[in-house]
Design a protein around this ligand. Structure first.
Ligand code: UDP
Length: 253
């Protein structure tokens, strides 16, 4: 069956879903960094991110945090609800790394006094510039009410995922979320959309601070696929080894 392709991004392709109001997300192995200047293929990444994102979205749903996720369809595809994507990347940081370290001169690994939320406009041509709440509301990308919901959701996601990852020996240094507006009977709800995976999170081993995320690709540290596989293994969702029971995190000693 040929489905209509709606959108092709850097790491995913979106197809029209089988029912109205649904979308199929196809996870590619392609990786980009530094605003598209660096390209590569991480063999198997799509399969791993599909599993990891499924797992995390389902766990969030169980905690009452609404997401667009419906179900995984196969190795590389998942069914999601169609939402109106808010054109803002919401970054939550617990520990300094990456751009905040550069911008503010903080050594990578410095714990932040509290979780810090940053907003970036989704615009490749402009290189996803950082924007403030003032910009977001003044230009109408989201309303004050939307932002209230987004901050609440982002902090709940952060608290929950920080604990979940800590349970498998990983420190959630920072991550990026996207949100969408989901319309149901003239009611609008903001839900977590896109994906949550080592492409969009910084995950460091608690003991060694080894980076098990996309920084391995960005910084040419090698063994990129192994790192993603290790995250999937610790979460109990490694494809070759899918347990019959719904997977639960395994404690790492
Ligand atoms: N991030 C992302 N997509 C982007 C930019 C950042 O998923 O387009 C994630 C990134 O993986 C990290 C967090 O957001 O977990 C913060 O990234 P940062 O601002 O430090 O930017 P970077 O160092 O990637 O330039």
């Amino acid at each position: 069956m040929r489905r209509r392709r709606i959108y092709e991004g850097k790491a995913k392709v979106l197809f029209e879903g089988p029912q109205p109001g649904t979308i199929v997300q196809y996870f590619k192995d392609d990786a980009t960094a530094f605003n598209n200047q660096k390209h590569g293929v991480i063999t198997g990444k799509g399969v791993l991110n599909n599993r990891i994102s499924e797992y995390l979205m389902v766990r969030l749903g169980e905690m009452g945090i609404p997401t667009h996720f419906v179900r995984r369809l196969n190795m590389r595809e998942q069914l999601v609800r169609e939402v109106e994507i808010i054109p803002i990347e919401v970054v939550v940081r617990n520990v300094a790394a990456g751009s905040i370290s550069q911008r503010l001169g903080l050594e990578e690994g410095t714990p932040l006094p509290r979780p810090i939320i940053e907003y970036y406009l989704k615009d490749d041509k402009l290189g996803d510039p950082m924007v403030s709440e003032e910009h977001i509301t003044a230009f109408g990308w989201a309303t004050t009410q939307d932002l209230d919901d987004i901050v609440q959701l982002a902090l709940r996601v952060n608290d929950f995922l920080s604990g979940l990852f800590l349970g498998v020996g990983l420190k959630l240094v920072d991550f990026k979320l996207e949100f969408g507006r989901l319309w149901e009977d003239d009611e609008m709800r903001i839900v977590v959309a896109d994906e949550i995976s080592p492409d969009s999170c910084r995950l460091w081993d608690v003991e060694t601070n080894e980076r098990l995320d996309k920084d391995r690709f960005r910084r040419d540290l090698g063994n990129v696929e192994d790192a993603y596989r290790e995250v999937a293994r610790r979460l109990g969702v490694l494809p070759d080894n899918i347990p019959a029971e719904p997977a639960r995190p395994k404690l790492v000693h």
